[in-house]
Design a protein. Structure first.
Length: 211
């Protein structure tokens, strides 16, 4: 796949995830209610709420001015569409922090970055975890260090460091990444997450669920 096609595919995938998060949030059917869920976006929610309010106020003012100055042009409608789309995106990001938490299931740790990156770490690759405090940007994205031995996926502050066996590759949006020794992530409830890592869910027995 060419870089341009990969970008288009990633953009479409992100858009689909955004709308799916909104629908799941509205209907209350999502993974955030699972016992295996570990939220991570608490520090970002107040900022998104303020941003949502600002877009609503700014949109109302701009729409009012355009309605007075250019009432018979397409500009008021165009600006309205852009503002509605911006509101959908902000609301979708807020919804994703509820509906796409980190998940610790039998066999894997699934780490989310809102509607963007998703990382799958086999439990066999995890050698330990500890509390940490590493300040990052408001959202780091998946960020490899210069040596390629550590990575960050954090919101505001990384609160947990997950130690990894570098011989086990992890999956980052469908791409295998090998050689990582640790992964710095954000988790709202650090103590609960560390306890869950120390006592992961049992793996299903071979043939379980087969008829």
């Amino acid at each position: 796949m060419t870089p341009a096609r990969r970008l288009v595919a990633r953009t479409l995938s992100t858009e689909v995830r955004l709308w799916a998060c909104l629908m799941r949030w509205l209907f209350g059917r999502h993974e955030g209610r699972s016992a295996q869920a570990h939220p991570y976006g608490r520090s970002l929610r107040p900022l998104l709420i303020v941003l949502l309010a600002l877009v609503i106020v700014e949109g109302g003012l701009v729409e009012g001015v355009l309605a007075l100055l250019a009432p018979r042009t397409p500009w008021p409608w165009l600006v309205l569409v852009l503002h509605v789309y911006a509101l959908v995106w902000i609301a979708g990001l807020m919804a994703s922090l509820r509906t796409r938490p980190h998940l610790l299931n039998s066999g894997e740790l699934r780490l989310r970055d809102s509607v963007f990156t998703e990382i799958v770490v086999p439990l066999a690759a995890i050698t330990g975890a500890r509390a940490t405090r590493r300040q990052t940007a408001a959202r780091s994205g998946f960020l490899l260090d210069s040596a390629g031995a550590a990575a960050t996926l954090a919101y505001g502050e990384a609160t947990v460091t997950v130690m990894l066996d570098p011989d086990y590759p992890i999956d980052v949006d469908g791409t295998s990444v090998a050689g990582l020794k640790c992964l710095h992530i954000t988790v709202d409830d650090t103590g609960r997450f560390l306890q869950a890592i120390a006592t992961p869910p049992p793996q299903p027995a071979p043939g379980a669920g087969l008829v």
